[in-house]
Design a protein around this ligand. Structure first.
Ligand SMILES: Nc1ncnc2c1ncn2[C@@H]1O[C@H](COP(=O)(O)OP(=O)(O)OP(=O)(O)O)[C@@H](O)[C@H]1O
Ligand SMILES: [Mg+2]
Length: 482
């Protein structure tokens, strides 16, 4: 049966969700695996469960009772610490296309309060889901407001993109670097340069793919940007690739694919290559970069910021304290390994704590202490490629969030947990998700902490690493209430 891309995406989300639940359970891992391996195959058995089909974009569904049995399996047969939450169950139901009225059955399984909370959260998530018709998401993002250093890095990539007359253009470049090192900011800055715009007169096509991005959707947006409306009706990915490649064949374009998480996605984009196309991609994953690059020269590793540049960044974020605590800040820049995301959060936290009259020494000491322990245990440099944190950064986030008011903490958790990538919000969206009269004071608080970043035009962005942290807060919360 031909599977549409949207179904593939849903299937992947479902598998991810199931994996997430599985990870919680060592004891019952095999049990769930057994249950899921049967059910996952069943999802695409055409017609079998068609009477439960809720929406036309889903190819086929679980039968309700099978789904319920599955949820029961998660809930009943697994130790109390490891079973799925009401929210997991709701998401499972939704992903398999259950109708809204069927969700009510979940109430029989979960305590009403837990179900209500999960359902409310889920509805907010739907409100925040990106509007599929909003092609703006796929245009180049807003110009980064703060951009420190990187002069040499920019020059090196310009050379690859063919801006240097003495150097041959490299048709494919993939920028790799730690999560939060600044890849997106870096290429965003590059594509805004008039020199780049001039070098690619037929346009810059940008997509932010992310963990669960859809290649098909991204390519269709590109097709629309190129006025190739005939491609919009096509749902077969290979066919879209062929048609889009034809459209691109005579054009001098820069194809930018930010944040690739798997080789397959990258290869689909690479298949668009013509004699005139130039690719600029990014990934945080070393393995993905290695697999996508034909030769090592196609990989550009974006380094962390030097101590000097880290201090310059801290100087912007924490103008008062960085002057006052010069030695401590120099040590902090090392501790946070020149990672801009961590530096922004740390700088904001310290500046705010100081503004409130708190002793910032203790905070810096605590971070340093954790870092020294890590060095001694031989774990230096171990920023996890998937989560984007190490114990020091995790502690920093924890301190940053836990010193917020309970209201702001909850607001952070909600925003993060329901954000998709790229996670940008405007004021009305935050008002809706927080259900408050005036969201601005909370926005101010989160921006002040570096947890939310102003993008200009009253839009704000939350970094993926922070959204993951927010998600973990909600997970802990729901585990604690069981
Ligand atoms: N050169 C820079 N100057 C100032 N701030 C920066 C710089 N580079 C990145 N940042 C800030 O650091 C944070 C992380 O940057 P960015 O999102 O570009 O990282 P990334 O490498 O793309 O992360 P990911 O792997 O999660 O996609 C953002 O808050 C960004 O504003
Ligand atoms: Mg990025």
């Amino acid at each position: 049966m031909p599977q549409s891309e949207i179904s593939k995406q849903r299937k992947q989300t479902l598998i991810d969700l199931v994996n997430r639940i599985k990870i919680r359970s060592d004891v019952s891992y095999n049990y769930i695996l057994d249950v899921m391996s049967i059910r996952l195959d069943d999802i695409y058995t055409e017609g079998k469960f068609s009477k439960f089909r809720a929406r036309p974009d889903i190819e086929s569904d679980y039968e309700l009772k099978e789904m319920l049995a599955l949820v029961h399996a998660f809930v009943d047969n697994i130790s109390i610490d490891n079973r799925c939450t009401a929210r997991d169950a709701i998401q499972l139901f939704d992903l398999t296309g259950m109708q809204l009225k069927d969700f009510a059955l979940l109430k029989d399984i979960f305590p009403e309060a837990e179900f209500d909370k999960a359902w409310e959260m889920y509805q907010q998530e739907q409100k925040l889901a990106p509007n599929k018709d909003n092609s703006g998401d796929f245009f180049v993002p807003l110009y980064p407001q703060l951009f420190i250093g990187r002069e040499d890095n920019v020059k090196a990539v310009y050379d690859k993109l063919g801006l240097n007359a003495h150097q041959k253009r490299v048709p494919f470049t993939i920028v790799r670097g730690y999560p939060g090192v600044g890849k997106t900011t870096f290429i965003n800055r590059i594509v805004h340069d008039p020199k780049i715009k001039a070098a690619f007169p037929d346009g810059i096509l940008w997509t932010s793919l992310g963990f669960q991005g859809s290649v098909l959707t991204a390519m269709k947006k590109w097709a629309r940007q190129l006025n190739a409306f005939h491609i919009e009706q096509v749902n077969e990915l290979n066919e879209v690739v062929t048609l889009l490649r034809n459209v691109l064949s005579a054009r001098k374009v820069l194809l930018v694919v930010d944040d690739i998480w798997n080789e397959t996605d990258g290869l689909h984009f690479k298949a668009l290559a013509t004699a005139h196309t130039t690719f600029l991609m990014t990934t945080r994953l070393t393995e993905v970069a290695n697999k996508l690059a034909g030769v090592p020269e196609e990989i550009y590793v974006l380094p962390t910021l030097s101590q000097e540049k880290s201090l310059e960044l801290l100087g912007y974020i924490a103008p008062q304290t960085s002057r006052q605590y010069k030695t401590e800040f120099a040590a902090l820049a090392d501790t946070l390994e020149g990672l801009p995301l961590a530096l922004r959060v740390a700088g904001s936290l310290i500046e705010q704590e100081h503004g409130l009259g708190f002793d910032v020494h203790q905070l810096i000491d605590e971070l340093q202490d954790k870092h020294s322990k890590r060095l001694m245990s031989g774990q230096a440099g171990s920023i996890d490629e998937a989560t984007g944190t190490n114990p020091t950064i995790a502690l920093l986030f924890e301190r940053s969030v836990s010193t917020l008011s309970p209201e702001a903490q909850a607001a952070f958790a909600y925003l993060g947990a329901f954000a998709s990538k790229p996670a940008t919000f405007d004021i009305p969206a935050m008002k809706a998700v927080w259900d408050v009269e005036d969201p601005v004071p909370i926005v101010r608080m989160l921006v002040g902490r570096g947890l939310l970043e102003p993008m200009g035009s009253q839009r704000f962005q939350m970094h993926y690493t922070l959204t993951m942290y927010a998600q973990s807060m909600l997970d802990e919360d729901s585990e604690g209430t069981r």
